[in-house]
Design a protein around this ligand. Structure first.
Ligand SMILES: [Fe+2]
Length: 277
């Protein structure tokens, strides 16, 4: 096995592990790497949908997305599609997946199917480091507080993306839940800064104005480049991230004459998580 660190903050590209192997031994090896590096990448993994599902099930029950319909044969797999002329893509801007749920996703296994020649990298930011390096005054202000996380509804997840479709019974509900701003990782015991630009709306116990001001400072801090790594996709690459301890950003840099005009297709499986505490 070979481990190439992607930045000084988090992320590693792993070679010498076969993701077709969904044995307990392989799961333990991969989970240890995941907890250490928070996001891990594997290239040239020609795994089938069944193999991706079998691997994911080692971490626990799989999630169905509240808004987006999965593949007909494998509803656990959401196909993320950016059509040729689209300039946006699913997952752009900093977020943690489904933090608006009571039990947000534990981890995600994302496999690339079709990748543009340039553009569409994914960035990750380390929220353990973000907590450690946060301004002491802000830490003091938020350490025992909760924040409200809200989904943005079906329009946000489906209508903005031509290549993606919602459940047959269209879900327009908006989900909203409160989570501690600093959560403790259930496996490592580490403190994690658990808010994100996309879904976190307000700090409970602060008035709207003060909450906006503090959140704005935190969001800027979380996006500091020295907390991040960036992955350049190739076909049949697999990323697995610990959705409890990172935020991520799918970069939509699709501009004329360079990244625009190509399809980008990814298959995503999410594993159910715990209620943050
Ligand atoms: Fe995401």
């Amino acid at each position: 096995m070979d481990i190439k660190l992607l930045s000084g903050a988090l992320g590693a590209e792993i070679s010498g592990i076969d993701l077709k192997d969904s044995s307990k031994e392989n799961y333990k090896r991969i989970n240890n790497l995941l907890l250490e590096h928070k996001v891990i990448f594997f290239r040239n993994q020609d795994i089938t949908h069944r193999e991706q599902i079998a691997l994911a099930k080692n971490w626990g029950p799989l999630e169905n997305h509240a808004y987006v319909r999965g593949l007909d044969k494998h509803p656990e797999i959401v196909r993320i599609v950016k059509t040729k002329e689209e300039k946006n893509q699913w997952g752009e801007n900093w977020h943690t997946d489904v933090s608006y749920n009571i039990k947000p996703t534990k981890a995600v296994i994302l496999k690339s199917i079709k990748i543009p020649p340039v553009g569409g990298d994914t960035c990750f930011s380390n929220m353990e480091l973000a907590w450690e390096t946060l301004d002491e005054e802000i830490k003091e202000k938020i350490k025992d507080k909760k924040a409200i996380h809200s989904s943005l509804g079906a329009e946000f997840f489906i209508d903005n993306y031509k290549g993606m479709s919602g459940h047959e019974q269209r879900n327009y509900d908006e989900y909203s839940n409160e989570h501690p701003i600093v959560r403790t990782h259930p496996e490592t015991g580490k403190k994690i800064l658990y808010v994100n630009w996309t879904y976190t709306k307000q700090i409970i116990g602060l008035n709207k104005e003060e909450s906006d001001e503090v959140l704005q400072k935190i969001f800027q801090h979380q996006a500091r480049l020295d907390l991040t790594c960036r992955f350049n996709w190739t076909k049949n690459a697999v990323a697995m991230w610990d959705n409890r301890s990172v935020i991520h950003y799918a970069i939509a840099d699709f501009y004329p004459g360079r990244g625009l005009g190509y399809e980008r297709i990814m298959d995503r499986i999410a594993i159910e998580g715990d209620q943050p505490n």
